[in-house]
Design a protein around this ligand. Structure first.
Ligand SMILES: C[S@@+](CC[C@H](N)C(=O)[O-])C[C@H]1O[C@@H](n2cnc3c(N)ncnc32)[C@H](O)[C@@H]1O
Length: 412
């Protein structure tokens, strides 16, 4: 079967660069769909796609990667909570905070935003989170909001006890978390452009990696239009390099992947400097005077100010979040000496080396993580990005396919 026309159609319809998931995945999706439609061959299915928008949606459903979980990249949520905490007007609910989660997949990301902001003391009544995805199937699961083990990863799951109720089929977020979130179907590359109101914060994570460069540029232009002049954009770990080319300014928090819309919004020029807006020097008096609500225990797994001093890997992660890269690396190394090899620590050390500009060593650390844990999704993605930067496109695609295969058909 010549799969190229189908790949081209998917690119037009949803931006997918077939190389990111592999042609074999697209081919399998086409074969599954033509069998489901009881059509004799690819030509007949191609004709069906030309006349049936619902069938095109079915093909999209067959190729999307809905992989997600609660508090994925927890430093992003910690950074968001801190950002909101620095703005007295927002914290006291004098103004609504508008957030967009696109793509939201099965809902873990927008619900995590709600939990992080509730924990930061933000009043639920002033919180509005639009959650958009191209997959109707993912959105149906998001609205059903019943989550199994795969949605709860990592060791800090205290938020589940506070914000979820256990049901026979999984855990469901409480109304306080669900109420601010509005789900809707949309395509990052077209439908969202009609959006009239702008957002204070946009989370657009782990979708740009499935687009080619031209499509990434289009998507970032959409996001830029949707973001308020000094709004914040959070992307996935492998997507940060793109944004500085579009005039966004990094928050310089290595594991938060947060960017502010630069003053020259609309221009494509690079900013001259990248100040860290998270340096706690400009705290408005209103916030300094207003204590956070006492009842709520901390939620975000990597908080800015813990009650107890963190140890080991948590301490290393915290130091990295704060930009203390050399200290973070030293903690990782000490952890490895003391406790032996660990995929999690090698991966973190890779991120730290990457953020320090030491690509060679970063790649080595990611490889060690993958040696110990061949299915370490994030190490696969990060190593793929490094290889691509070095011009090893074939190697990058091989790793990206491995990463995609982990979740193809598995869902979130
Ligand atoms: C890997 S998930 C990312 C979910 C979440 N943002 C996260 O980081 O955990 C990718 C999602 O992108 C969605 N998607 C792919 N192309 C899209 C597009 N053009 N517009 C909107 N959503 C899209 C897919 O349906 C899928 O749910």
């Amino acid at each position: 079967m010549d799969v190229a026309p189908f790949e081209q159609l998917l690119k037009q319809a949803m931006g997918l660069d077939a190389a990111s998931i592999g042609s074999a995945v697209v081919q399998r999706a086409v074969q599954e769909r033509l069998a489901a439609c009881q059509l004799p061959d690819a030509q007949a299915y191609w004709e069906r796609l030309g006349t049936s928008a619902p069938e095109l949606q079915e093909l999209i459903e067959a190729v999307v990667v809905p992989e997600t979980w609660f508090f994925r990249d927890p430093a992003s949520f910690a950074a968001l909570a801190r950002l909101v905490g620095e703005d007295g007007r927002l914290l006291q609910g004098q103004t609504d905070l508008r957030l967009l989660s696109v793509p939201c997949s099965t809902g873990e990301e927008p619900y995590s935003l709600a939990m992080a902001l509730l924990d930061a003391g933000f009043p639920q009544s002033a919180l509005r989170i639009d959650a958009v995805d191209i997959s109707n199937r993912a959105l149906a699961r998001a609205q059903r909001a019943v989550y199994g083990r795969n949605s709860f990863r990592g060791s800090d799951l205290a938020f589940r006890d506070r914000y979820f109720v256990a049901t026979a089929s999984g855990h469901s977020p409480v109304d306080e978390v669900r109420r601010p979130v509005r789900f809707r179907h949309g395509n990052l590359l077209d439908g969202l452009m009609a959006e009239a109101e702008l957002y204070d914060v946009i989370f657009c994570r782990n979708v740009l990696i499935y687009f080619d460069r031209a499509t990434q540029d289009r998507a970032i232009a959409v996001l830029k239009r949707l973001l308020k002049p000094r709004g914040w954009l959070f992307v996935g770990p492998s997507e940060t390099a793109l944004l500085s080319d579009h005039g966004f300014i990094s928050a310089k928090l290595p594991l938060a992947f947060a960017f502010r819309k630069g003053p020259a919004a609309g221009s494509e020029t690079k900013p001259r400097a990248a100040p860290s807006l998270f340096v706690p020097v400009r705290k408005p008096p209103a916030v300094a005077a207003a204590p956070l609500p006492p009842a709520r225990p901390r939620l975000v797994p990597t908080p800015a100010a813990p009650a107890e001093a963190p140890t080991g890997i948590d301490r290393a992660r915290r130091l990295a979040d704060q930009g203390h890269l050399a200290d973070a690396a030293a903690h990782c190394e000490a952890h490895l000496r003391q406790h032996g090899p660990s995929a999690e620590v090698f991966h973190l050390l890779g991120l730290v080396r990457d953020a320090s500009g030491n690509a060679e060593d970063a790649a080595e650390q990611y490889r060690k993580a993958l040696y110990l844990e061949p299915d370490h999704h994030e190490a696969l993605i990060h190593l793929a990005l490094l290889l691509r930067k070095r011009g090893d496109e074939a190697g990058a695609q091989r790793l990206q396919r491995r990463a995609s295969r982990l979740y193809q058909g598995g869902g979130a």
